[in-house]
Design a protein around this ligand. Structure first.
Ligand code: 13P
Length: 244
């Protein structure tokens, strides 16, 4: 169960969140918990979660190790800061910062080379769904992005299916719609990396996940977890999702 805080919360807010969140999930053993705050909050988040089972991730990375690249943060830096995960290719980065499949692949590889688990996001836009293009878009994103990994690399990533029309809109994909998309991704994984790798791949669903819809989503065999935006900002609501 992963939370993506996007561009919310200061270091002080991060401290308050974990003080309240930690006791609510201290007995959790049934899943991994990852929170992805903004870069400026990572230090506080790592410190607050030391000695707990909560893992911390960044929301983006640059593929180089270091250099004259103003404003960027490398996988090496993120790992050195105590993080274990990083989100790659979120639809907001694809939409607002023109991230391409080639960049998604480069960043995914850079994350792996720095011992970070990439959470690689894919998903179709509303117009693409309405034009019956969902499957084609997912296949294109898979082939152009993570399809370029080696089998060893592929075994170490998490994939998040986030239909763009369901992000922050309150419109959750029905469990059946989400499961269908996950099946497409797993089929592509099987074609490129084999049936065993496809079976082991963990695919998270993201898009308006809330405490009151998580149980139905997780009841789908195809859905292995969730990548939660808005509802991960509040300790009570995210703990309810974790404890679905
Ligand atoms: P919401 O849960 O706010 O719809 O955001 C989903 C998301 O983009 C997580 O990465």
């Amino acid at each position: 169960m992963a939370g993506n805080w996007k561009m919310y919360k200061t270091p002080a807010d991060t401290h308050v969140f974990f003080e309240r969140f930690k006791p609510l999930v201290e007995d959790v053993e049934h899943c991994e918990i990852v929170i992805c705050p903004s870069f400026v909050d990572l230090h506080v988040a790592v410190k607050e979660t030391g000695g707990t089972q909560i893992r911390i991730g960044a929301q983006n990375l640059y593929w180089g190790r270091e250099g004259a690249v103003t404003g960027e943060v490398s996988g090496h830096m993120i790992h050195s800061a105590g993080c274990s995960h990083v989100i790659v290719g979120h639809s907001e980065r694809r939409q607002f910062f023109n991230e391409s499949e080639a960049e998604v692949l480069r960043k995914t590889i850079a994350a792996l080379e720095n011992s970070l688990t990439p959470i690689v996001c894919v998903g179709e836009k509303l117009a693409e769904r309405e034009a019956n293009m969902t499957e084609g878009v997912l296949v294109e994103q898979f082939v152009g992005g993570i399809g370029g990994l080696t089998s060893d690399q592929f075994a170490k990533i998490l994939v998040a299916y986030e239909p763009v029309w369901a992000i922050g809109t309150g419109k959750t994909a029905t469990p059946a719609i989400a499961a269908d998309a996950h099946r497409v991704l797993r089929r592509e994984a099987a074609i490129r990396f084999g049936v065993e790798a496809a079976r082991n791949l963990r695919i998270l669903y993201g898009g308006s996940v809330k405490p009151d819809n998580i149980a139905k989503l997780m009841a789908e065999e195809e859905i292995d977890g969730a990548l939660v935006g808005g509802a991960s900002l509040d300790p009570e609501s995210f703990s309810k999702i974790v404890n679905f």
